[in-house]
Design a protein around this ligand. Structure first.
Ligand code: TXA
Ligand code: MG
Length: 351
């Protein structure tokens, strides 16, 4: 299959691409599209066979449910049996935006979406191309991140193409995704909101609209079973093993130097996933080709936006051992460190 990539700078100027995407989706096919978080791999969310094609294209484990993307509230009501008051509050405050609510599902939502659960993840993406495409298709769109299973999520159309070329007919290129990490998943069906996957709608932001917010215990304890089934898999993994180094900025450069020298004398070719500041401090030790800069030190929105591209840097760069710079863990840092933690399989050195 030929994969066509269509650049869209302005949706008003791209009616043909949206018509084509809608026709493919209504026919049971797959279309990759931009959202504010990461690129999605979309299918008609009410068509079980179309959803099965998503699992095949990604090599996704069958027990990992999909989330449904809606264009508006009206569409949410067609797939959710009810919207509990807490969920309603969160949606009123943050939707459209980078948050997914777990809601009781209506029978029209096939088991192919939910993996047999009686709930469904629902999201209203804050991206004009995504919303125009969903509207044109006229159905909710099931969409996981548009990467091969286990790989970093794609935040550019080029990254989608790297994983999906030959497997899907169409990629809508809306430029780089501004948020860069997947949506916050919240279960607000009970008395207290619970974060199942941290994202750009932070625990602190949620607490302002709905009081104390719990974290799924599996976010802290790697032996607990996560309630978002997808969170149990090693994700976002670059090809060489990654070890994180955590500590105050003043001590990081020394700790990195020591670790780089140790690895090199053991015969390893070292690559770095670090801030611009640390990259500058280590420029004499590691050639720039083996340094992936993820953003400015301490600037979490910048780091989130470029994290996955930095992890993908080593797809084509020879490196046998990667060292990564840990960030703070509050606010958006919870999401960044959750993804870095999975990419590193929990390997961490304290500076
Ligand atoms: O930002 C995002 O959410 C992106 C863009 C494309 O919208 N999508 C995304 O989808 O990250 P995916 O499939 O990569 O991650 C969805 C996560 C998985 O961890 C899955 O297990 C969880 O949502 N999930 C889906 N339905 C669920 C449910 N009913 N209960 C608990 N977790 C659920
Ligand atoms: Mg994913």
């Amino acid at each position: 299959m030929q994969t066509k990539l269509v650049k869209i700078r302005d949706i008003a100027a791209a009616p043909d691409a949206l018509t084509e995407a809608a026709a493919i989706l209504r026919d049971g096919g797959l279309v990759a599209f931009p959202t504010e978080t990461v690129y999605g791999l979309g299918a008609n969310g009410l068509d079980a066979a179309a959803c099965a094609a998503i699992y095949a294209a990604k090599g996704r484990p069958p027990d990992n449910p999909l989330i449904l993307h809606a264009a508006d509230w009206e569409m949410v009501r067609t797939i959710a049996r009810t919207v509990p008051p807490l969920a309603e509050k969160i949606m009123a405050a943050f939707c459209p935006g980078p948050v997914t609510l777990i809601l009781p599902k209506k029978p029209v939502v096939p088991d192919a979406v939910t993996g047999g659960l009686d709930t469904v993840g629902v999201r209203l993406p804050d991206n004009d191309i995504a919303r125009a495409m969903i509207r044109a298709a006229g159905v909710p769109i099931a969409a996981p991140s548009a990467n091969l299973s286990g790989r970093p999520s794609p935040t550019t159309a080029t990254a989608v193409l790297a994983d999906m070329a030959g497997k899907i007919p169409l990629i809508l290129d809306g430029g780089p995704c501004p948020v860069g990490v997947e949506s916050t998943i919240v279960d607000a069906t009970g008395d207290q909101a619970v974060i199942l996957r941290p994202g750009a709608i932070t625990r602190e932001m949620l607490a302002e609209v709905c009081g104390p917010v719990a974290l799924d215990p599996a976010l802290a304890d790697k032996d607990a079973v996560p309630r978002a089934p997808g969170m149990k898999y090693t994700h976002y993994a670059p090809k060489a093993p990654l070890t994180l180094i955590a500590g105050p900025p003043t001590r990081l450069a020394v700790a990195f130097r020591r670790e780089i020298r140790r690895l090199e004398s053991a015969g390893e070719t070292v690559g770095l996933v670090v801030s611009r500041e640390l990259a500058t401090a280590l420029a004499d030790l590691v050639p720039t080709s083996r340094v992936a800069v993820y953003g400015r030190q301490g600037d979490l929105p910048d780091i989130a936006a470029h994290l996955y591209e930095a992890l993908r840097h080593f797809d084509h760069q020879p490196a046998t051992a990667l060292l990564g710079e840990a960030t703070a863990t509050d606010g958006l840092g919870l999401a960044v460190m959750n993804r870095l933690g999975k990419a590193s399989g929990g390997r961490m050195i304290k500076a």
